[in-house]
Design a protein around this ligand. Structure first.
Ligand code: FES
Ligand code: CO
Length: 333
């Protein structure tokens, strides 16, 4: 019995197993448990009075998916024979046991570390519970936050993350919204590494319709690498210093699939509803999707000789160097 509870398909990547990986939005986990797939593993995420919890989505009795069950009296109840697991994973009730018989101590669910932060739910497979990256906008009351995603792409996480850090594609793939054909040149910029922060200079980028009023403007873009699957973009309007940032994070689903989420933060009134903000970002992602789903190799080459880079690709190069230094294997070559 113990064997089917062992960790399985965790895609053989120690670095990601030791990180916090996004599982879903906070809003996705209400009274009902849900199933999500992360690193090739089926997980059940559920909420009780103590918070959110993640188990392997497998009952040790007959292999039923616990996510088909329910949460009752703070316990997760298996849908098949009603065994009840508390949030430590211990089975605390077996309805079929005759009076006086003890619950076998091997009756347990396989629990993973799980936490809720910034409107998202995160899982840490290795149980080392590292420090979560800091999202400074969440500490600042002047920001309004919108959660975007999930959006799926048949691409490996490093290709998806690098696309988000790629300033050169904006005026090509997103022409008309994020850039224009006459303004494709990217001024040279540097990438800095300071106190573990890896971020770019502010890059002036022409936006044909920067604030939805149809007025073109030069905006200042900053890119930052937070984690292997979490990267960030901030846009500053030099006229009034208003800031919009997108913290983009990827759930590695399996060998082939990524699901993207983002925390979009604004310290000014966009004049848009949250739904409109999400819809706009969906459209942008739809434009990126055919590109990232068809890149070859599917793995991001960490050997800088393999693909030809320009000065505008400094952020991508920094990202590749970062993954290489950490030893990220998933989706790299
Ligand atoms: Fe879960 Fe039997 S399979 S209680
Ligand atoms: Co894009």
């Amino acid at each position: 019995m113990a064997t089917n509870l062992k960790r399985s398909n965790l895609l053989d990547d120690q670095v990601l197993q030791e990180d916090w990986l996004v599982a879903c939005r906070s809003a996705d986990v209400k009274e009902e448990p849900i199933q999500i797939k992360l690193m090739g593993e089926r997980l059940v995420i559920f909420r009780n009075s103590k918070g959110v919890h993640a188990f392997k989505d497998l009952c040790c009795h007959r292999g039923a998916a616990l996510s088909l069950g329910e949460v009752k009296n703070d316990c997760l109840v298996c849908p098949y024979h009603g065994w009840e697991y508390d949030d430590s994973g211990a089975c605390v009730r077996i309805p079929q046991l005759p009076e006086g018989r003890k619950i076998p101590k091997q009756a347990k669910a396989f629990k993973y570390s799980c936490t809720e932060k910034y409107g998202l739910i995160w899982v840490n497979f290795a149980g080392n519970e590292p420090e979560m990256f800091r999202h400074t906008e969440s500490e600042d009351d002047s920001f309004h936050h919108v959660i975007w995603g999930p959006q799926e792409a048949k691409a490996k996480p490093p290709r998806v993350a690098e696309n988000f850090l790629d300033v050169g594609h904006l005026a090509v793939v997103h022409e008309g919204t994020l850039g224009s054909e006459e303004h494709r040149e990217i001024k040279d910029y540097k990438v800095h590494e300071e106190d573990g922060r890896i971020y770019s200079d502010e890059i002036p980028v022409y936006q044909p319709d920067a604030d939805g009023t149809g007025k073109a403007k030069i905006m200042y873009y900053t890119y930052e690498i937070l984690r292997p699957c979490t990267v960030k973009f901030s846009k500053r309007d030099p006229e009034d210093d208003s800031i919009m940032s997108i913290t983009f994070t990827i759930r590695p689903v399996d060998e082939e699939t990524s699901v993207a989420y983002a925390i979009e933060s604004f310290n000014y009134d966009t004049g848009l509803t949250d739904e409109q903000i999400v819809f706009f970002q969906d459209e942008i992602f739809e434009e990126d999707k055919p590109i990232i789903e068809n890149q070859k190799p599917e793995e991001l080459p960490l050997d800088l000789q393999v693909e030809l880079s320009l000065v505008c690709d400094r952020m991508s190069i920094a990202y590749r160097q970062y993954l290489k230094k950490l030893g990220v294997k998933l989706g790299t070559e």
